[in-house]
Design a protein around this ligand. Structure first.
Ligand SMILES: C[S@@+](CC[C@H](N)C(=O)[O-])C[C@H]1O[C@@H](n2cnc3c(N)ncnc32)[C@H](O)[C@@H]1O
Length: 282
Protein backbone atom coordinates (compact mmCIF):
# COMPACT_ATOMS: atom_id res chain seq x y z
CA UNK A 1 0.00 0.00 0.00
CA UNK A 2 1.46 3.40 -0.96
CA UNK A 3 2.08 5.96 1.79
CA UNK A 4 1.08 9.62 1.58
CA UNK A 5 3.84 11.90 0.30
CA UNK A 6 4.32 15.65 -0.09
CA UNK A 7 1.93 17.15 -2.73
CA UNK A 8 -0.42 14.12 -2.75
CA UNK A 9 -4.14 14.76 -2.48
CA UNK A 10 -5.63 13.61 0.82
CA UNK A 11 -9.33 13.33 1.63
CA UNK A 12 -9.79 14.16 5.32
CA UNK A 13 -13.02 12.46 6.45
CA UNK A 14 -14.73 13.00 9.82
CA UNK A 15 -16.55 10.25 11.68
CA UNK A 16 -19.85 11.87 10.60
CA UNK A 17 -18.80 11.80 6.95
CA UNK A 18 -17.79 15.47 6.46
CA UNK A 19 -15.00 15.65 3.87
CA UNK A 20 -12.15 18.05 2.99
CA UNK A 21 -9.95 17.49 -0.07
CA UNK A 22 -6.52 19.08 0.45
CA UNK A 23 -2.94 18.79 -0.84
CA UNK A 24 -0.33 17.40 1.56
CA UNK A 25 2.03 20.30 2.22
CA UNK A 26 4.12 21.80 4.98
CA UNK A 27 1.30 23.94 6.40
CA UNK A 28 -1.39 23.93 9.08
CA UNK A 29 -5.02 23.18 8.19
CA UNK A 30 -8.08 23.88 10.29
CA UNK A 31 -11.80 23.22 10.22
CA UNK A 32 -14.60 23.45 12.80
CA UNK A 33 -13.28 20.12 14.15
CA UNK A 34 -9.93 21.71 15.05
CA UNK A 35 -6.49 22.03 13.50
CA UNK A 36 -3.92 19.57 12.12
CA UNK A 37 -0.52 19.97 10.52
CA UNK A 38 -0.70 18.61 6.97
CA UNK A 39 2.93 17.43 7.10
CA UNK A 40 1.77 14.89 9.73
CA UNK A 41 -0.06 13.07 6.91
CA UNK A 42 3.29 12.22 5.23
CA UNK A 43 4.21 8.57 5.78
CA UNK A 44 0.70 7.56 6.84
CA UNK A 45 -1.37 5.06 4.82
CA UNK A 46 -4.94 5.16 3.51
CA UNK A 47 -7.38 4.34 6.30
CA UNK A 48 -5.06 5.74 9.02
CA UNK A 49 -6.37 8.38 11.46
CA UNK A 50 -5.14 11.81 12.51
CA UNK A 51 -6.25 13.57 15.73
CA UNK A 52 -7.19 17.28 15.51
CA UNK A 53 -6.35 19.89 18.17
CA UNK A 54 -9.94 19.50 19.45
CA UNK A 55 -9.59 15.72 19.74
CA UNK A 56 -11.66 14.82 16.66
CA UNK A 57 -10.54 11.81 14.60
CA UNK A 58 -10.04 12.32 10.86
CA UNK A 59 -9.72 9.34 8.51
CA UNK A 60 -7.17 9.70 5.69
CA UNK A 61 -8.03 8.54 2.17
CA UNK A 62 -6.79 9.08 -1.37
CA UNK A 63 -9.66 10.75 -3.25
CA UNK A 64 -11.80 8.73 -5.65
CA UNK A 65 -12.79 10.39 -8.93
CA UNK A 66 -16.11 11.34 -7.28
CA UNK A 67 -14.29 13.03 -4.37
CA UNK A 68 -12.01 14.88 -6.77
CA UNK A 69 -14.87 16.13 -8.98
CA UNK A 70 -16.67 17.67 -6.00
CA UNK A 71 -13.41 19.18 -4.68
CA UNK A 72 -11.99 20.62 -7.94
CA UNK A 73 -12.42 24.21 -9.13
CA UNK A 74 -15.69 24.59 -11.02
CA UNK A 75 -16.59 27.53 -13.23
CA UNK A 76 -19.63 25.80 -14.75
CA UNK A 77 -22.34 23.39 -13.74
CA UNK A 78 -20.91 19.85 -13.79
CA UNK A 79 -22.51 16.49 -14.51
CA UNK A 80 -23.22 14.65 -11.26
CA UNK A 81 -21.67 11.23 -10.57
CA UNK A 82 -25.04 9.45 -10.75
CA UNK A 83 -25.42 10.65 -14.35
CA UNK A 84 -21.71 10.38 -15.22
CA UNK A 85 -21.67 6.70 -14.31
CA UNK A 86 -24.77 5.97 -16.42
CA UNK A 87 -23.49 8.00 -19.38
CA UNK A 88 -20.20 6.09 -19.38
CA UNK A 89 -22.01 2.72 -19.22
CA UNK A 90 -24.89 3.39 -21.64
CA UNK A 91 -22.45 5.25 -23.90
CA UNK A 92 -20.45 2.01 -23.96
CA UNK A 93 -17.11 3.70 -23.31
CA UNK A 94 -14.17 1.30 -23.42
CA UNK A 95 -10.38 1.44 -23.86
CA UNK A 96 -9.49 2.15 -27.49
CA UNK A 97 -12.62 3.99 -28.62
CA UNK A 98 -12.52 7.37 -30.37
CA UNK A 99 -14.69 9.97 -28.66
CA UNK A 100 -15.80 13.59 -29.10
CA UNK A 101 -17.16 15.54 -26.15
CA UNK A 102 -18.73 19.03 -26.17
CA UNK A 103 -18.65 21.35 -24.16
CA UNK A 104 -15.92 20.63 -21.66
CA UNK A 105 -17.16 22.99 -18.90
CA UNK A 106 -15.12 22.20 -15.78
CA UNK A 107 -14.03 18.80 -17.07
CA UNK A 108 -16.06 16.42 -14.88
CA UNK A 109 -17.31 14.34 -17.82
CA UNK A 110 -13.87 14.54 -19.45
CA UNK A 111 -12.27 13.00 -16.36
CA UNK A 112 -14.84 10.19 -16.27
CA UNK A 113 -14.33 9.48 -19.99
CA UNK A 114 -10.53 9.49 -19.74
CA UNK A 115 -10.62 7.21 -16.71
CA UNK A 116 -12.81 4.68 -18.53
CA UNK A 117 -10.65 4.84 -21.68
CA UNK A 118 -7.54 3.79 -19.66
CA UNK A 119 -5.13 5.87 -21.76
CA UNK A 120 -6.17 4.13 -25.02
CA UNK A 121 -8.11 5.53 -27.99
CA UNK A 122 -8.59 9.28 -28.32
CA UNK A 123 -10.81 11.93 -26.71
CA UNK A 124 -11.36 15.33 -28.36
CA UNK A 125 -13.15 17.93 -26.22
CA UNK A 126 -14.68 20.88 -28.08
CA UNK A 127 -15.38 23.98 -26.00
CA UNK A 128 -16.49 27.44 -27.09
CA UNK A 129 -15.03 29.46 -24.20
CA UNK A 130 -11.25 29.54 -23.79
CA UNK A 131 -11.41 30.30 -20.06
CA UNK A 132 -13.49 27.17 -19.37
CA UNK A 133 -11.14 25.10 -21.55
CA UNK A 134 -8.22 26.42 -19.47
CA UNK A 135 -9.88 25.58 -16.15
CA UNK A 136 -10.75 22.08 -17.36
CA UNK A 137 -7.17 21.58 -18.62
CA UNK A 138 -5.87 22.49 -15.16
CA UNK A 139 -8.36 20.18 -13.39
CA UNK A 140 -7.40 17.28 -15.67
CA UNK A 141 -3.63 17.82 -15.22
CA UNK A 142 -3.99 18.04 -11.43
CA UNK A 143 -6.00 14.80 -11.33
CA UNK A 144 -3.74 12.70 -13.58
CA UNK A 145 -0.50 14.44 -12.55
CA UNK A 146 0.12 15.34 -16.24
CA UNK A 147 -1.84 15.96 -19.44
CA UNK A 148 -3.17 12.60 -20.75
CA UNK A 149 -1.57 11.86 -24.11
CA UNK A 150 -4.84 10.62 -25.65
CA UNK A 151 -6.71 13.89 -24.99
CA UNK A 152 -6.93 17.12 -26.94
CA UNK A 153 -9.01 20.24 -26.36
CA UNK A 154 -10.23 22.28 -29.32
CA UNK A 155 -11.56 25.78 -28.60
CA UNK A 156 -14.40 26.20 -31.11
CA UNK A 157 -18.15 26.51 -31.49
CA UNK A 158 -19.48 23.00 -32.12
CA UNK A 159 -22.37 24.36 -34.22
CA UNK A 160 -19.90 25.40 -36.93
CA UNK A 161 -16.63 23.59 -36.06
CA UNK A 162 -15.23 21.62 -38.98
CA UNK A 163 -13.58 18.37 -37.85
CA UNK A 164 -13.00 15.70 -40.43
CA UNK A 165 -13.29 12.55 -38.35
CA UNK A 166 -15.58 9.57 -37.81
CA UNK A 167 -15.59 8.77 -34.11
CA UNK A 168 -17.27 5.91 -32.23
CA UNK A 169 -18.97 7.99 -29.54
CA UNK A 170 -20.14 11.59 -29.07
CA UNK A 171 -21.00 13.11 -25.69
CA UNK A 172 -22.99 16.34 -25.52
CA UNK A 173 -23.53 18.67 -22.55
CA UNK A 174 -24.68 21.92 -24.14
CA UNK A 175 -27.46 24.40 -23.34
CA UNK A 176 -28.81 24.02 -26.90
CA UNK A 177 -27.83 20.50 -27.96
CA UNK A 178 -30.30 20.40 -30.86
CA UNK A 179 -28.35 23.14 -32.65
CA UNK A 180 -25.22 20.96 -32.70
CA UNK A 181 -26.81 17.66 -33.79
CA UNK A 182 -26.57 18.36 -37.55
CA UNK A 183 -22.86 19.16 -37.42
CA UNK A 184 -22.08 16.35 -34.97
CA UNK A 185 -23.84 13.70 -37.06
CA UNK A 186 -21.18 14.04 -39.78
CA UNK A 187 -18.46 13.28 -37.20
CA UNK A 188 -20.01 10.01 -35.94
CA UNK A 189 -19.58 6.68 -37.70
CA UNK A 190 -22.61 4.58 -38.64
CA UNK A 191 -23.76 2.64 -35.59
CA UNK A 192 -21.88 5.03 -33.29
CA UNK A 193 -23.58 6.36 -30.15
CA UNK A 194 -24.48 9.93 -29.22
CA UNK A 195 -25.13 10.55 -25.51
CA UNK A 196 -26.54 13.87 -24.35
CA UNK A 197 -27.50 15.30 -20.96
CA UNK A 198 -30.14 18.05 -20.65
CA UNK A 199 -31.99 19.32 -17.58
CA UNK A 200 -35.19 20.42 -19.35
CA UNK A 201 -37.97 18.62 -21.16
CA UNK A 202 -38.04 21.22 -23.96
CA UNK A 203 -34.37 20.55 -24.68
CA UNK A 204 -34.89 16.83 -25.19
CA UNK A 205 -37.97 17.39 -27.36
CA UNK A 206 -36.03 19.67 -29.71
CA UNK A 207 -33.04 17.32 -29.65
CA UNK A 208 -35.24 14.34 -30.51
CA UNK A 209 -36.52 16.14 -33.60
CA UNK A 210 -33.06 17.05 -34.76
CA UNK A 211 -31.80 13.51 -34.12
CA UNK A 212 -34.57 12.07 -36.30
CA UNK A 213 -33.91 14.65 -39.00
CA UNK A 214 -30.16 13.95 -39.02
CA UNK A 215 -29.92 10.18 -39.35
CA UNK A 216 -30.25 8.85 -35.80
CA UNK A 217 -32.40 5.95 -34.60
CA UNK A 218 -33.00 3.72 -31.56
CA UNK A 219 -33.33 6.86 -29.42
CA UNK A 220 -34.05 6.59 -25.69
CA UNK A 221 -34.46 9.27 -23.01
CA UNK A 222 -34.36 8.54 -19.28
CA UNK A 223 -33.51 10.06 -15.92
CA UNK A 224 -32.03 8.57 -12.75
CA UNK A 225 -32.95 9.44 -9.17
CA UNK A 226 -30.69 8.60 -6.24
CA UNK A 227 -32.20 8.25 -2.76
CA UNK A 228 -29.82 7.59 0.15
CA UNK A 229 -30.97 5.81 3.31
CA UNK A 230 -30.19 6.48 6.95
CA UNK A 231 -29.48 3.22 8.73
CA UNK A 232 -28.61 2.91 12.44
CA UNK A 233 -29.49 0.66 15.38
CA UNK A 234 -33.07 1.97 15.61
CA UNK A 235 -33.94 3.17 12.10
CA UNK A 236 -33.70 2.34 8.45
CA UNK A 237 -35.41 4.99 6.35
CA UNK A 238 -34.71 7.32 3.43
CA UNK A 239 -33.04 10.68 4.12
CA UNK A 240 -35.40 13.66 3.83
CA UNK A 241 -33.34 15.09 0.96
CA UNK A 242 -32.19 13.37 -2.18
CA UNK A 243 -30.33 14.02 -5.42
CA UNK A 244 -33.48 13.85 -7.51
CA UNK A 245 -33.79 15.55 -10.88
CA UNK A 246 -30.50 16.65 -12.40
CA UNK A 247 -31.03 15.91 -16.08
CA UNK A 248 -32.40 13.65 -18.79
CA UNK A 249 -29.96 11.35 -20.54
CA UNK A 250 -30.53 10.77 -24.25
CA UNK A 251 -28.84 7.91 -26.10
CA UNK A 252 -29.13 7.64 -29.89
CA UNK A 253 -27.48 5.57 -32.62
CA UNK A 254 -26.32 6.85 -36.00
CA UNK A 255 -28.16 5.05 -38.78
CA UNK A 256 -28.17 5.11 -42.55
CA UNK A 257 -30.04 8.08 -44.04
CA UNK A 258 -32.36 5.74 -46.00
CA UNK A 259 -34.85 4.73 -43.30
CA UNK A 260 -37.26 3.04 -45.76
CA UNK A 261 -41.03 3.25 -45.61
CA UNK A 262 -41.80 0.77 -42.82
CA UNK A 263 -45.02 1.18 -40.81
CA UNK A 264 -43.08 2.25 -37.69
CA UNK A 265 -41.36 5.08 -39.54
CA UNK A 266 -42.24 8.25 -37.61
CA UNK A 267 -39.28 10.35 -38.72
CA UNK A 268 -39.75 14.03 -39.46
CA UNK A 269 -38.23 15.82 -42.37
CA UNK A 270 -35.56 18.46 -41.86
CA UNK A 271 -38.19 20.98 -42.97
CA UNK A 272 -40.73 19.83 -40.31
CA UNK A 273 -38.11 20.11 -37.58
CA UNK A 274 -36.96 23.54 -38.76
CA UNK A 275 -40.54 24.85 -38.79
CA UNK A 276 -41.10 23.62 -35.23
CA UNK A 277 -37.87 25.22 -34.03
CA UNK A 278 -38.93 28.53 -35.55
CA UNK A 279 -42.43 28.23 -34.06
CA UNK A 280 -40.84 27.80 -30.62
CA UNK A 281 -39.00 31.08 -31.16
CA UNK A 282 -35.50 29.66 -30.91
C1 LIG B 1 -22.72 22.65 -18.44
S1 LIG B 1 -21.18 23.01 -19.15
C2 LIG B 1 -20.46 21.40 -19.39
C3 LIG B 1 -20.05 20.75 -18.10
C4 LIG B 1 -19.19 19.53 -18.28
N1 LIG B 1 -19.89 18.48 -18.98
C5 LIG B 1 -18.71 19.01 -16.94
O1 LIG B 1 -19.18 17.92 -16.52
O2 LIG B 1 -17.91 19.67 -16.29
C6 LIG B 1 -21.61 23.46 -20.79
C7 LIG B 1 -20.41 23.93 -21.60
O3 LIG B 1 -20.79 24.02 -22.96
C8 LIG B 1 -20.08 25.11 -23.52
N2 LIG B 1 -20.78 25.48 -24.76
C9 LIG B 1 -21.99 26.10 -24.89
N3 LIG B 1 -22.31 26.25 -26.19
C10 LIG B 1 -21.27 25.72 -26.91
C11 LIG B 1 -21.01 25.56 -28.30
N4 LIG B 1 -21.88 26.00 -29.22
N5 LIG B 1 -19.85 24.97 -28.69
C12 LIG B 1 -18.97 24.53 -27.76
N6 LIG B 1 -19.16 24.64 -26.43
C13 LIG B 1 -20.30 25.23 -26.00
C14 LIG B 1 -20.13 26.15 -22.42
O4 LIG B 1 -19.16 27.16 -22.63
C15 LIG B 1 -19.90 25.30 -21.19
O5 LIG B 1 -18.53 25.21 -20.90
Amino acid sequence: MSKFALNDWVLLTSQKGKKWLVRVENAPYSSHLGGIHLADVIGKEEGDWLLTSKGAKLMLFKPSLEDYIFGMKRRTQIIYPKDLSAMIFYGDIHPGCEVIETGIGSGALTLALLRAMCGKGKLTSIEKRAEFAEQARENISLFFGARPRNHQIVVADIETACLSCQVDRIFVDLPEPWRAVGNLSSMLRMGGLLVSLSPNVGQIQLTQRQLLANGFGDIVHFELLRRDWKVDRLRARPFDRMVAHTGFITVAKRVSADRGEGVENDSETEEDAQQELEALGS
